[in-house]
Design a protein around this ligand. Structure first.
Ligand SMILES: CC(C)(COP(=O)(O)OP(=O)(O)OC[C@H]1O[C@@H](n2cnc3c(N)ncnc32)[C@H](O)[C@@H]1OP(=O)(O)O)[C@@H](O)C(=O)NCCC(=O)NCCS
Length: 155
């Protein structure tokens, strides 16, 4: 698939947040309740937080024919904080491509281990990429509990 990977800019925020919202509603809804999905998806509205992420994280987007079809970001130099692929572009290798670049960045930053908290939905993908589950945990967003997994990989 023809993909262009580049750093995110503040102009990308509307596209990034609509992928975030739509992917949660259409893809993560397989594994989470309506109530969980609604609370999680409202995170798209927090433009201030997305601005802060783009400014301070290592934040990359994947473009296909000039449209953003996925994004990923890294914080603290080693923490894989977010990975979302457009609902209509799942299972085409886009996440694998973004992950390779994020992992190279972690190595460039001088770390040997990458960590992430991943959704039930994303766990098979991370396991396929040789991440180990350290523990199953509960994350709280606005008073609602979410089951997820702390994973890591030696690079
Ligand atoms: C998880 C996610 C990022 C994977 O993105 P993707 O671009 O579809 O992944 P890839 O095409 O690179 O997948 C590579 C391989 O991982 C495995 N894989 C990916 N998704 C899988 C799934 N739902 N079930 C089982 N295996 C899966 C497969 O082996 C796949 O290869 P294949 O398609 O040839 O069988 C995507 O499904 C997504 O956006 N999920 C919702 C958002 C989310 O939960 N993000 C994590 C936040 S914590």
């Amino acid at each position: 698939m023809d993909l262009n990977i580049r750093q995110a800019t503040l102009e990308d925020i509307p596209y990034i947040t609509s992928i975030f919202r739509d992917t949660i509603i259409h893809i993560n809804s397989r594994d989470y309740s309506d109530k969980q999905v609604n609370v999680w998806a409202t995170g798209a509205n927090d433009v201030e937080k997305w601005t802060e992420r783009i400014k301070n994280a290592y934040f990359i987007v994947a473009e296909h024919k000039d449209d953003i079809v996925g994004f990923a970001y890294l914080t603290k130099g080693y923490y894989f904080d977010g990975l979302f692929i457009h609902k209509d572009f799942q299972r085409r290798g886009i996440a694998t491509h973004l992950m390779r670049i994020i992992e190279s960045q972690v190595i460039d930053n001088g770390y040997e281990v990458i960590k992430s908290d991943v959704s039930i939905t994303a766990l098979p993908f991370f396991e396929n990429q040789y991440y180990d589950v350290e523990k199953k945990q509960i994350k709280n967003i606005k008073g609602i509990n979410f089951e997820n997994y702390l994973v890591s990989k030696q690079l």
